[in-house]
Design a protein around this ligand. Structure first.
Ligand SMILES: Nc1ncnc2c1ncn2[C@@H]1O[C@H](COP(=O)(O)OP(=O)(O)OP(=O)(O)O)[C@@H](O)[C@H]1O
Ligand SMILES: [Mg+2]
Length: 329
């Protein structure tokens, strides 16, 4: 049985249309105009135990809404969810003890108290046995390197330190399923990497099933083999490597020269996206990259070195949403 099973899941938010003016206000009071916002439409996917999947999509795509439905915070409008055999909306304690939701944009720890106080509260809520609690806490604190921060009020911690404490708080009860909604948002590159390394290790060691949303492509590329791309509906569900194979339309060739060259001499090879005299970056059709390099090497240009790179995955995703016809823009 799959750990997470989602079938034809939809969520609409309903609100009253608020028109300006007193008269419209009175009119709305008696015959309110209801607006339906379709956040998620008919999505289906399943996740196996131990999988670490990336949930991608533009702002407003329905990612947070989906994670909230999987956590039982938001009620689905239609469709079916089973996580570890539970329907999240039933709010059973047995389910609550086995999953965690971490939202990078929200502070889930007590702001004015040291993180340790929140951890102790979690111990009570989740009824974690004392010995087990200490063992898990020590392990997480060592893995994340935050021993010094546990007794400082959360409001005085840096964003990166706080996020690590949030992670500890989410993992103290050793959830089998973990929903991470932008856990690295706003962090500097070093803190982002720390959290990524931790998550990779944690997933491998504990075989925890993880769904991660992030707008940082490096998070996704380093952590998730499989990605689901949504924008209300699912646009792609499969291997990240296949996604790049199927949708990356170009490659980037970086060439260095032993002496400065003329920019005009490079025009015939591809679209010049950067030029500094002794170094240039060219965007070329994916299928022609090898040919272009061959051609470059056979000219009189003083080519010293070159490198071929895949297009960034954010660009790949933009291609998917723009459709094939616009992809060369
Ligand atoms: N409580 C709510 N009431 C009304 N509309 C909502 C509510 N929550 C979310 N929405 C709308 O549902 C849509 C999906 O929102 P959601 O937060 O799930 O997107 P997201 O993919 O997480 O975006 P982001 O990348 O910006 O975090 C948005 O258009 C949003 O405005
Ligand atoms: Mg979101």
């Amino acid at each position: 049985m799959a750990t997470i099973e989602v079938k034809n899941l939809s969520k609409s938010y309903f609100s009253n249309k608020k028109s300006p003016g007193v008269w419209m206000g009175i009119k709305n009071l008696f015959s309110p105009e209801i607006i339906e916002k379709k956040a998620v439409q008919e999505i289906s996917f399943s996740v196996k135990q131990g999988e670490f999947i990336g949930f991608l999509g533009p702002n407003g795509a329905g990612k947070t809404t989906t994670l909230k439905m999987l956590s039982g915070i938001v009620q689905p409008t239609r469709g079916k969810i089973r996580v570890l055999g539970f329907d999240p909306w039933q709010h059973q304690n047995a389910y609550k003890r086995q999953f965690a939701l971490l939202m990078g944009q929200k502070n889930q720890l007590w702001w004015d108290l040291p993180a340790m106080e929140s951890f102790l509260l979690n111990q009570k809520i989740y009824e974690i046995e004392k010995g087990q609690f200490k063992k898990t806490l020590d392990e997480l604190v060592a893995l994340l390197g935050i021993g010094d921060n546990l007794n400082i009020p959360v409001r005085n911690l840096s964003l990166g330190e706080r996020m690590k404490c949030e992670l500890v708080s989410a993992l103290l009860h050793s959830p089998k399923v973990l929903f991470l909604d932008e856990p690295t948002i706003g962090l500097d590159v070093v803190a982002q990497k720390n959290i990524r390394d931790f998550l990779l290790k944690y997933n491998r060691e504990k075989n925890t099933t993880i769904i991660l949303t992030s707008h940082y492509m490096e998070d996704i590329q380093k952590l998730c083999k499989r990605v689901v791309i949504i924008n209300q509906k699912i646009f792609y569900d499969g291997l990240l490597s296949k996604l790049i194979d199927n949708y990356a339309d170009s490659k980037i060739i970086t060439v260095t020269f032993s002496q400065p060259v003329n920019k005009n001499d490079l025009v015939e090879f591809g679209k010049i996206i950067e030029f500094e005299g002794v170094r240039a970056r060219l965007k070329v059709d994916r299928k022609e990259a090898k040919e272009v390099v061959k051609k470059l090497l056979s000219t009189n240009l003083p080519t010293d070195d070159f490198q071929i790179d895949e297009m960034g995955i954010d660009r790949v995703i933009r291609n998917i949403f723009q459709g094939v016809e616009n992809k060369n823009q």
